[in-house]
Design a binder for this molecule. Sequence first.
Ligand SMILES: Nc1ncnc2c1ncn2[C@@H]1O[C@H](COP(=O)(O)OP(=O)(O)O)[C@@H](O)[C@H]1O
Ligand SMILES: [Mg+2]
Length: 308
Amino acid sequence: MYLRIENLRKIFEENRGIEKINFSIEKGELISLLGPSGCGKTTLLNIIGGFLKPDNGKIYLEDRDITDIPPEKRDISTVFQSYALFPHMNVLENIKYGLKYKKLTKKEQNELALEYLKIVGLDGYEKKSIQELSGGQQQRVALARALVLYPKVLLLDEPFSNLDAKLKISMREELKELQKNLKISMIFVTHDQEEALSISDKVVVMNNGKIEQIGTPEEIYYSPINEYVANFIGKSNFILKDGAKKLIRPENIKIEKNQKGSWEVINKEFMGAYTILKIRNGIEELYVNIQGEKGREYKLGDLVEISM
Ligand SMILES: Nc1ncnc2c1ncn2[C@@H]1O[C@H](COP(=O)(O)OP(=O)(O)O)[C@@H](O)[C@H]1O
Ligand SMILES: [Mg+2]
């Protein structure tokens, strides 16, 4: 194991915080910490980064216990949610900042910072002030400032949460490509399930300070271990079958219009590539996805029959 988290615990007043946190990351892996606001993601990230001391537990990086090592000596860098760029420094000075702890000449620091500026697609921006940059550009500077230190692990706390939907998607593609090219291990915090599914090798689903499930995106989507995980990851249906609740995803239910059908369409959401119908039979409500333009055929009040 490259990075190993063992039984971490940090409890603040009113019993808030995290506990029983165990997971590990291989070299070059991208893991997401996914959970709702307040579930302890930032607390966990701050402990791994060295900014917060755990009450209990250990962190090992390449089998070295780093639990009590200060942040700048951990070989771990963090991109904070607010970016935390230095407003009085220009772009290049921001990127160079952490390099002063490394044994490099001024010239080497400059060259390295310029190289990473290029890597994040901001070639030519070195003299700009932070205020002149858009949110997306500031995000890239924050990323370059962390990457230039060539950390063994990069921590990212909801890095794209301040960006608009389209930029978010292109930034996550870029991050994924960067991660594969640089072979850097990353822990990516998000409350956005779609983002976690699309970007991660593995997802750690958190709830109320604890881990609910760890798995590949496909595992947690198709085999969630409980209703909490199923509901957090995409839309889900639970159908009572042989006394047990069974998960059926909306895309796995087929429907057909039928005047005598026992289900009624009570809501319709057009998503572009597909349509989500909500249907009701008097006892249960289900979500059903219809691919493509076929969704146009359905309207509220239509009666339908289903098969699975
Ligand atoms: N320094 C602190 N002092 C007291 N409570 C805190 C502190 N930091 C976080 N908490 C509490 O711990 C819980 C987890 O917070 P946080 O890790 O920020 O969650 P997330 O990043 O998932 O939104 C929240 O209930 C929060 O109020
Ligand atoms: Mg947070």
